[in-house]
Structures are given as structure tokens and as C-alpha cells.
Design a protein around this ligand. Structure first.
Ligand SMILES: [Zn+2]
Length: 310
């Protein structure tokens, strides 16, 4: 219909949070392929279709909405599986430095297993009423599989910028502890220095919390905040002479997970809005009418050939 336009800035990052692609009908750019929202079809099959022969290449996320996001652009990945109601937070901690040995991997992994990886908490989303199981999968490994890797730039080991890099240097931590009580530390959210000395290793799970975007809850006078005395993000449990690293509790999970569940909720709403829009266009007989004059006839022919009636 002449002069009618569906342009709406709200839809720029509309369906599934993907940027709307101008110039090819009503496409959304998913990176690997473009979703044509007027047709409700992909303009190309999934490039990984050969890996999933059991699924039609025209499916979208196996017909199962999930969110696969990186909390702050690095550090970890969060997958929310809407079908199994599970949220999985995965990250790698890659060790390097003069005390980065296979033994150090085992010691540090054990601390992470007994805290984060063995926590079995849930997240109850107030908006949807859904309770999700929350699982952590934090794996420790040596840089490039080798012991005692020199302190070189590690860009090649971090192509997707989702790993954390930790120097293991027992003397460095012993020196830091002598001056200001430090048992381990994190730099910039995805780097740090740990020790495998039994006096300091209980500080490791607290630093992992920082790498998962959590703040700590103690004062610089060395006191835990009220209510955080037994928590992993308090300080005292991770210090010298303490018996344990503190517990992973619900108050650690909620702030970590909430932004992503909220985002999933907003995507679901957007998907419904998208379907409403397609239904309305169908009713109005506009579904096959190019929304913009820039759509070349040749492209429309291609869409007809490749995607319709299959
Ligand atoms: Zn801290």
C-alpha cells in the first residue's frame, strides 16, 4: 500500500535482539545468516546444518528459545535453556606463570569444584514465574596445555575473549600477603594472580566470583559486611588460617543471572510482537509486497525459489 510504512526504531534491535538489516526487505542480521521477517524464513540455511542432520535447517534454535550471552563481553558464557529450565554459566580459567603446573590445576580446580561447580541453587524469575536450575561449569587448564608458560600476550589463546587468565606465582602472593593481607587477586575482571600455598588457596573461589562479575562484601578494615560473614564474596573466610572459602549463596546467583533472564523475557515479548506483525500483514494482504522499493526484483525471485513451498 503506497505511503504505508512499518518503520519503527524500536524494531531496530528487534526479533531475538538482532540488528535489523535495511536494504533486504525486513531482514534481521544474525551474523551467519539473515532472517526475513516478512516471510518468517531464513534467507539462507544454517551454515552448520551439516552438523545437525536431524534438524531442519530452517529451524531456529531448535525451536527452543535460549539466550547465549557473555555477561560483560568477556569472562564467561551464560546459556539459558528455556525448555529444560536450566541456566548454565561456563568459563575457563587458564593458568600460566612459574607455579602453573598440572598439580596447580588440580588444586585450584578442587577449590572451584567444592564451591561454584558443586553449588546447586536455582533462580526464580518473578516475571514469568519460572524457576531455573543454575549450574556452573568452571574448568581450570594450563595455557596451551603446557606447564610454566612465559608471561607472553595470550590473545591467541583467547580468540573469543571468553577465558580468564591467571598467573600462579606463590612468591608473588606471599609478598603481597606480607604487605596487605592479600591471598589472591583479580585484575580487570578476567586476569589475576593465585597461589597454591594452602595458606592462601581458599581465596581462589572469591576471585572467581569477581571473574563472574560479582563485587566483594567486606570493608578495608577486614570486616565482612553484615549478612556476608559466611559468603564467598566476604573476605574473612578466604584469608589465612580460615577453614574454608565461604559459601555460594542465593544472593550471589540472583544479581549474576537476573539481567539475562530479563533479556530472555524481553525477547519472548518481541517474538510475539513479531508474529502479531506478520499476522496483521497477512490479513492486510501485504505479506508479499516489498516494504521498500530498494528490494530488487531478482532478490524476490530468489526468495521465491529458495524458501517458499518447502
Ligand atoms: Zn574481593
Amino acid at each position: 500500500m503506497d505511503g504505508r510504512s512499518y518503520n519503527n526504531d524500536k524494531y531496530r534491535f528487534g526479533f531475538n535482539g538482532k540488528e535489523k538489516e535495511d536494504g533486504i526487505g525486513d531482514g534481521y542480521d544474525f551474523g551467519a545468516r539473515i532472517f526475513e521477517s516478512r516471510l518468517g524464513r531464513w534467507l539462507a540455511v544454517d551454515p552448520l546444518q551439516a552438523k545437525y542432520p536431524g534438524w531442519s535447517p530452517y529451524n531456529f534454535v531448535n525451536n527452543n528459545p535460549l539466550v547465549y550471552i557473555d555477561p560483560d563481553g568477556k569472562d564467561a558464557e551464560i546459556v539459558i535453556d528455556d525448555k529444560t529450565k536450566t541456566i548454565k554459566i561456563s568459563t575457563k580459567v587458564i593458568l600460566w606463570g612459574k607455579d602453573a603446573t598440572k598439580e596447580a590445576v588440580g588444586l585450584i580446580q578442587a577449590e572451584i569444584n567444592s564451591t561454584w561447580n558443586q553449588s546447586s541453587l536455582t533462580y526464580k524469575d518473578k516475571e514469568s514465574g519460572i524457576t531455573y536450575n543454575v549450574e556452573f561449569d568452571i574448568q581450570v587448564e594450563l595455557a596451551d596445555g603446557k606447564e610454566k608458560v612465559a608471561s607472553e600476550p595470550w590473545g591467541a589463546l583467547n580468540p573469543l575473549n571468553t577465558n580468564n587468565f591467571v598467573e600462579v606465582d606463590n612468591k608473588k602472593i606471599a609478598d603481597a600477603n606480607a604487605t596487605d593481607n592479600t591471598a589472591a587477586y583479580t585484575i580487570g575482571g578476567d586476569e589475576g594472580v593465585f597461589s597454591t600455598d594452602p595458606k592462601f588457596i581458599k581465596g581462589v573461589p572469591h576471585e572467581i566470583g569477581h571473574m563472574l562479575s560479582l563485587d566483594h562484601h567486606y570493608t578495608f578494615l577486614g570486616e565482612d559486611e553484615a549478612g556476608w560473614e559466611n559468603n564467598i564474596m566476604g573476605a574473612l573466610d578466604g584469608q589465612e588460617g580460615a577453614s574454608g572459602a565461604g559459601d555460594v549463596e542465593q544472593k550471589n546467583i540472583d544479581p549474576m543471572v537476573k539481567p539475562f533472564v530479563d533479556k530472555l523475557n524481553s525477547l519472548k515479548i518481541t517474538a510475539e510482537q513479531h508474529n502479531d506483525k506478520v499476522d496483521k500483514m497477512k490479513e492486510m494482504g501485504e505479506l508479499w509486497v516489498p516494504a521498500k522499493k530498494v528490494v530488487p526484483t531478482k532478490l524476490d525471485d530468489k526468495i521465491d525459489d529458495d524458501n517458499m513451498d518447502k
